[in-house]
Design a binder for this molecule. Structure first.
Ligand code: GTP
Ligand code: MG
Length: 440
């Protein structure tokens, strides 16, 4: 009855009234219900380790989670940067944690490091895209979805004592809107105490001047505000990793042993390992998960949906439903398609016309050539006919001359042997007359 009564009061008035309850209702168990539900469901946490080969990524992960994850040392001969993800099921008390550790293999090993950040950005985006696709499905199963989105990116800075490398700045700048970056100084046992302080402030000022947004420990919640505020001062955490147990006093502790002494991983005077563990796992793990979902994934989702043409409101700031967006997009696509089709058709007609004109021109050329050839052929023929006629005339004249000469020769032979001189003369006269006739 009380539940119904409360419900009525709420729905009747817009501004809610505070009411005291006269007895126990039971909704104060809601947080417990949430805890129980989350505990049975288990948690996902994904860490991305970005850092040069051999900087101590695997050792730090082993030290952080107090276990030995499988990892092979990378060679320095990788042609490019590659990301390797490995998932593990961890259990502490009755809380199950599905932990994924993503390692950058070959980072910082190439001569040209211009594109080193790309595979990392791509990996992060791919995980966001997979989540978005699941969200957009009609049958979603986000409840038991294995979330692979990166919740924290540990950026390993080389303990140079100088400043950040340009590769570090470029990579962090490219990642800062996509992931919660926690910068850490690796192998901090190699830097002297007085240098470390300067190195830390140099790094922080460089990050600020280059506009790199690192993860801010939340200070809005009372319970964690103080610890987070004090811890922020120590950023970037200078860490030392080791899984080796060394006897210190009468206790065993994780440490690195050197000829001159021992560096204790969990000793806050030696390094910031404990601070990192506190911030990353004990205090802010849930905030890191939340920030990933509400800030980074939200940004990715918004950009992606806008890219796809979805809008929340039309140009007059009126709400725009998904259906309307879909229809508007569809119409836009169809008109675009029609425009393209028309363009192609016109292009085709133009090309046909061009080809036709080209063919006509070629035909005209051919015709002219043919006419020219015909004319030269006729001229040649006429010349040859004239020559033939001349030759025939010459041949006729020659045959006549030949016949006359033969006649003269035969008469001359006869006259020499039988006839008198008179006869000869007469005969000669006649012959001459005949020759003259023949020649005429
Ligand atoms: P890859 O996976 O091959 O890229 O290397 P990694 O970054 O995982 O480095 P790994 O943890 O394999 O460590 C490389 C070497 O550095 C090992 O010899 C470690 O013992 C040493 N090392 C790891 N952490 C520290 C540290 O905090 N200080 C010092 N001085 N050495 C360390
Ligand atoms: Mg490794």
């Amino acid at each position: 009855f009380k539940n119904n009564h409360l419900f009525c009061l709420k729905s009747q008035s817009e501004d809610m009234r505070n009411l005291g309850l006269s007895g126990h209702v039971g909704f104060d168990s809601l947080p417990d219900q949430l805890v129980n539900k989350s505990t049975t469901q288990g948690f996902c946490f994904n860490i991305l380790c970005v850092g040069e080969t051999g900087i101590g990524k695997s050792t730090l992960m082993d030290t952080l989670f107090n276990t030995k994850f499988e990892s092979d040392p990378a060679s320095h001969k990788e042609p490019g940067v590659r990301l390797k993800a490995q998932s593990y099921e961890l259990q502490e008390s009755n809380v199950r944690l599905k932990l994924t550790i993503v390692d950058t293999v070959g980072f910082g090993d190439q001569i040209n490091k211009e594109d080193s950040y790309k595979p990392i950005v791509e990996y992060i985006d791919t995980q966001f895209e997979a989540y978005l696709q699941e969200e957009l499905k009609i049958k979603r199963s986000l409840y038991n979805y294995h979330d692979t989105r990166i919740h924290a990116c540990l950026y390993f800075i080389a303990p140079t004592g100088h400043s950040l490398k340009s590769l570090d700045l470029v990579t962090m700048k490219k990642l800062d809107s996509k992931v919660n970056i926690i910068p850490i100084i690796a192998k901090a046992d190699t830097i002297a105490k007085n240098e470390l302080h300067k190195f830390k402030s140099k790094i922080m000022s460089e990050l600020v001047s280059n506009g790199v947004q690192i993860y801010q420990f939340p200070t809005d919640e009372e319970t964690v505000a103080e610890i987070n505020a004090t811890m922020s001062v120590h950023l970037p955490f200078a860490v030392v990793g080791s899984t080796e147990e060394v006897k210190i006093g009468n206790k065993m502790a994780k440490a690195r042993q050197y000829p001159w002494g021992v560096v204790q991983v969990e000793n806050e005077n030696h390094c910031d390992f404990v601070k990192l563990r506190e911030m990353l796992i004990r205090v802010n793990m849930e905030d890191l998960r939340e920030q990933t979902h509400t800030r980074h994934y939200e940004l990715y989702r918004r950009c992606k949906l806008e890219e796809m043409g979805f809008k929340d409101s039309d140009p007059d700031s009126k709400p725009f439903s998904l259906q309307e967006t879909y229809e508007a997009k569809r119409n836009e696509f169809l008109s675009e398609l029609q425009k393209k089709e028309e363009e192609m058709r016109q292009m085709f007609v133009m090309r046909v016309k061009e080809k036709e004109a080209e063919l006509k021109e070629a035909e005209k050329d051919l015709h002219e050539k043919f006419e020219h050839l015909k004319k030269t052929h006729q001229d040649e023929k006429k010349k040859l006919e004239d020559k033939k006629k001349d030759l025939e005339e010459e041949m006729n004249a020659f045959s006549k001359k030949k016949a006359a000469t033969q006649l003269l020769q035969s008469q001359a032979q006869q006259a020499g042997s039988q006839q008198t001189k008179k006869d000869k003369d007469k005969k000669n006269q006649r012959t001459v007359l005949t020759v003259i006739q023949l020649l005429q």
